[in-house]
Write a protein that binds this ligand. Structure first.
Ligand SMILES: Cc1ncc(COP(=O)(O)O)c(C=O)c1O
Length: 397
């Protein structure tokens, strides 16, 4: 698929410039959705495209599976590969980042005494995945505490590398953290660990579309992602990238034919093409999501989403007089913001915001402190944020 010409540059601070794009989604009218970071929403064009694939499958399954599906899957994979900067042969289409991380954890060879490093900003489910793998192989999972305040890339890289021992085999690290919304210095981290001969698995569901992603340049060993978040592809679309040096170690979680008969899978990735009769429409709709965001222009999207995030952040910081973990002006945040609430127990706040005002936003407990994590996409605007700020102000002061 050719890259469409993007729309012209718009003013990120002017809501009027964005109203036409907000109509690309059908959002429920009772909701202000500030949680794209958890579960993304698809624009109508992507939903329509997916529907078309489902109809093609439902109306004639034999024709769809036998004559249409494989080439369409390969095409979708090529489009993702181009978008994230790698060759299609290094990529398999996987339902989501969680699934992809499980594949890495079930394939990576660990011996008793080996160490796997994570840090205390990692996604809870990822920690559980690696804990299970370490427990079953006799390896140790070490969680490195990162500083309370992020000052520089070097500080974070040093913190992680100081935890390396002669037994460290793998670092698992988020590209953008879940609970804290921080953009990690991922290139510098990958470089530092490779210098020491340690493999790196990047947990990246927040990266595609939100930030530049050139997987080959990172030189990581594994990269896992979901595409329902910032790219706005359907739920159930994601990928696993594996560097050629690890490809022959990968165990497909589901053993099936691999390829449609009569083809026999010959390479690691072909094992993933046919894993039983299922609905591949989320994957097949990803090229449409890529074309859609490229038409808007990645720069346009990021400028606007970051402007909205920074607006929310300024309002919350003024309201609570608290400091974020990193400084936005130093590049620590993108389309999400993460601001500490005043000291106290805010465990009911998320529920209250939804039940009383219809606002979906994450109120997260991180290291015994409650935070707001708000996400912003092109369907959000200042009016919604002002409503949110007014509501949270009333509920917290
Ligand atoms: C950093 C991180 N890793 C993994 C996941 C899991 O993503 P999914 O539920 O799409 O598999 C998330 C979800 O929010 C996340 O933020």
């Amino acid at each position: 698929m050719n890259t469409p010409n993007p729309i012209s540059k718009r003013d990120p601070a002017n809501d009027h410039d964005w109203f036409d794009l907000a109509t690309h989604w059908k959002l429920r009218s009772d909701t202000i959705y500030l949680n794209h970071g958890s579960f993304g929403l698809q624009p109508d064009v992507v939903r329509y495209h997916r529907r078309t694939w489902i109809n093609r499958l439902d109306e004639q399954p034999m024709d769809f599976y036998l004559r249409q599906m494989e080439s369409a899957l390969f095409e979708a994979r090529t489009s993702i590969a181009n978008f994230i900067g790698t060759a299609p042969a290094n990529l398999v289409l996987i339902d989501n980042a969680t699934y992809a991380m499980n594949i890495v954890a079930n394939s990576f060879s660990l011996n008793p005494g080996d160490e796997v490093l994570i840090n205390d900003h990692e996604y809870g489910a990822v920690e559980r995945i690696w804990q299970r793998t370490c427990d079953s192989s006799g390896a140790k999972l070490i969680s490195v505490p990162l500083p309370d305040s992020f000052e520089s890339k070097e500080q974070i890289v040093d913190c992680l590398t100081q935890a390396v021992t002669s037994k460290t085999r793998l670092l698992v690290v988020s590209h953008i953290t879940s609970a804290t919304a921080l953009i990690m210095p991922i290139k510098e981290i990958c470089d530092a660990f490779h210098d020491q001969g340690i493999a790196v698995c990047v947990d990246g569901p927040h990266a595609p579309a939100q930030v530049d992603l050139a997987v080959e340049d990172l030189k990581c060993d594994f990269y896992t992602a979901s595409l329902h978040k910032w790219l706005c592809a359907p739920l159930g679309s994601g990928f696993l990238y594996v560097h050629p040096r690890f490809q022959n170690t990968i165990r497909p979680p589901v053993k099936s034919w691999g390829r449609l008969l009569p083809a026999i899978p010959e390479t690691w990735d072909e094992e993933f093409t046919w894993i039983g009769s299922r609905d591949p429409s989320p994957f097949l709709s990803v090229p449409q999501a890529i074309a859609w965001i490229q038409k808007i222009g990645l720069e346009n999207f990021r400028d606007r989403a970051c402007w909205l995030a920074s607006y929310t952040e300024d309002c919350l910081r003024d309201l609570f007089q608290t400091q974020t973990i990193g400084d936005r002006s130093d590049g620590w945040y993108g389309a999400m913001t993460h601001v500490p609430l005043p000291l106290g127990d805010w465990s009911s706040l998320q529920k209250q915001l939804w039940e009383q005002i219809g606002i979906e936003v994450m109120i997260i407990l991180f290291k015994e402190r409650w935070y707001v994590r708000a996400s912003h996409h092109l369907y959000n605007n200042q009016t919604q944020i002002n409503t949110f700020i007014k509501a949270i102000s009333r509920m917290t002061t």
